[in-house]
Each structure stands twice: as C-alpha cells, then as structure tokens.
Design a protein around this ligand. Structure first.
Ligand SMILES: O=C(CO)[C@@H](O)[C@H](O)COP(=O)(O)O
Ligand SMILES: [Fe+2]
Length: 222
C-alpha cells in the first residue's frame, strides 16, 4: 500500500485568500492541495482554470493536485503544465483518448490521474490498465456526484476501491467526496491512500485535528 496522503479541497476554502489557505493547509500537515476545476458543462458548477493555478504556483510550493471536471480535458493539459500543476486528473467519461492523454500529461512533467464518476464502473478503465498502467499515478474513485462540496459519502463506491487495490497494490487510489472522520475508515479499509476532504477540514474549528485524524485512519490500515 502506498503512503498516506491527505488532500484538503480548496473548494471549501476562501477563494479571496486562496494562497493563504493553501499554505495554511500545508503548515497544518496536508500533503496535497486539491484544486477542483469545473467548467459548467461536464458538471453543473464553475470554478477556476490554469490562470489561477499559475498565480498560485508563485505563492506556494505545495503539491497542486488538479482535479479536472471538464469536457475535453485534452484542451487544457498544456496550459496546466505551463501553469505549474503537479498532478492532472481527468475523468474517463470526458476523454476520447485517455491513453494518449495520460502519456501527454506525463511527458509534460505532471503526474497523471484518471477519475470515475459514481455511475462509471472500473471496467471502463480496462484499456488504460492494459496500455499505460505504468504511466498512471492515480485512480480517483468519486464518492459523490462531482460538482459540489458538502455532499454525503457513498459507501457503496468502496467495492471499486477494493477492485483497484486488489489488482494494483502500489497505485495511488484517491477518494473524493464526503470524506470525514466518520467515513474515512471505510475508505482506508478498502485500500484508498489519498483522502480528499473539503468541508470536513475547512469547516472544523481545528483543521489540523481532522488532517491528523484522517492520517491515523489511513495508517491503521497500512
Ligand atoms: O471534486 C469534488 C466535488 O466535485 C470535491 O473535491 C469536493 O470539493 C469535496 O468536498 P467535500 O465533499 O469533502 O466537502
Ligand atoms: Fe475533487
């Protein structure tokens, strides 16, 4: 099992103080900074694009884990690489040629991730697994419908996590949506090692307690 990674989602931070919130999360023990990129088309919400990542890159050395909930993710890969993104995770449902995109992401120096919405089975990733598993850094199993923070964790997605972990013991498996101290154990036991948490971290009086609690839950299962 790969190492425990805690990734606060800045969607629940304050966009007016994005750099401050990013650096605060790193100081409080976070490993990744999860940046939710939404285009108002693939999902019914709109957030940020590469220009914000570019500015943020000047203000933090934290790992910028970009989760692209956009149609045609191919269109943005060069811009995100130039902007200084560290990870580029796109949705299988949105891509015509996921294998080519994974290779492109890697060739530009970013770590590639592929995401599945709750209704999408892991079998949709078979071609990716067959053709470029060695290039793939992370599988993101969505545990809510993408688009908004603050939704309820879908525990039935844990079968997908177990399926990926059984086949690929070393791959990073990220879970995203509704993760908190009372839901993390299910994800950790299933084999997830990257926990995204937005409202649970930013809504807590002491975010560092939640970050540490999530880490302890992962490490118990390691
Ligand atoms: O990608 C998404 C939502 O589409 C997430 O990253 C959310 O931002 C997670 O927020 P919480 O469910 O943890 O509040
Ligand atoms: Fe996300």
């Amino acid at each position: 099992m790969p190492k425990a990674i805690i990734a606060p989602s800045l969607l629940s931070g304050d966009w007016a103080y994005l750099a401050r919130d990013c650096n605060k999360m790193i100081e409080l023990g976070a490993d990744y900074l999860h940046m939710d990129v939404m285009d108002g088309h693939f999902v019914p919400n709109l957030t940020i694009g590469a220009p914000v990542i570019k500015s943020l890159r000047k203000a933090t050395t934290g790992y910028l884990d970009c989760h692209l909930m956009v149609s045609h993710p191919e269109q943005w890969v060069d811009d995100f690489a130039k902007a200084g993104a560290d990870g580029f995770t796109f949705h299988i449902e949105a891509s015509d040629d996921p294998v080519a995109l994974i290779r492109r992401i890697k060739s530009l120096g970013m770590l590639p991730g592929i995401a599945v919405k709750p209704g999408t089975p892991i079998s949709s990733l078979e071609t990716v697994f067959a053709e470029c598993i060695d290039d793939l850094h992370m599988v993101l199993v969505m545990t809510v419908e993408p688009g908004f923070g603050g939704q309820s964790f879908m525990v039935d997605m844990m079968d997908k996590v177990r399926e990926v972990r059984a086949r690929f013991p070393e791959i990073y498996i990220q879970v995203d949506g509704g993760l908190a101290l009372d839901t993390v154990d299910a994800a950790a036991e299933a084999g997830a090692n990257v926990i995204v948490a937005g409202s649970a971290v930013f809504g807590a009086p002491k975010p560092e307690v939640v970050i540490q609690g999530l880490r302890v839950a992962l490490e118990k299962c390691n």
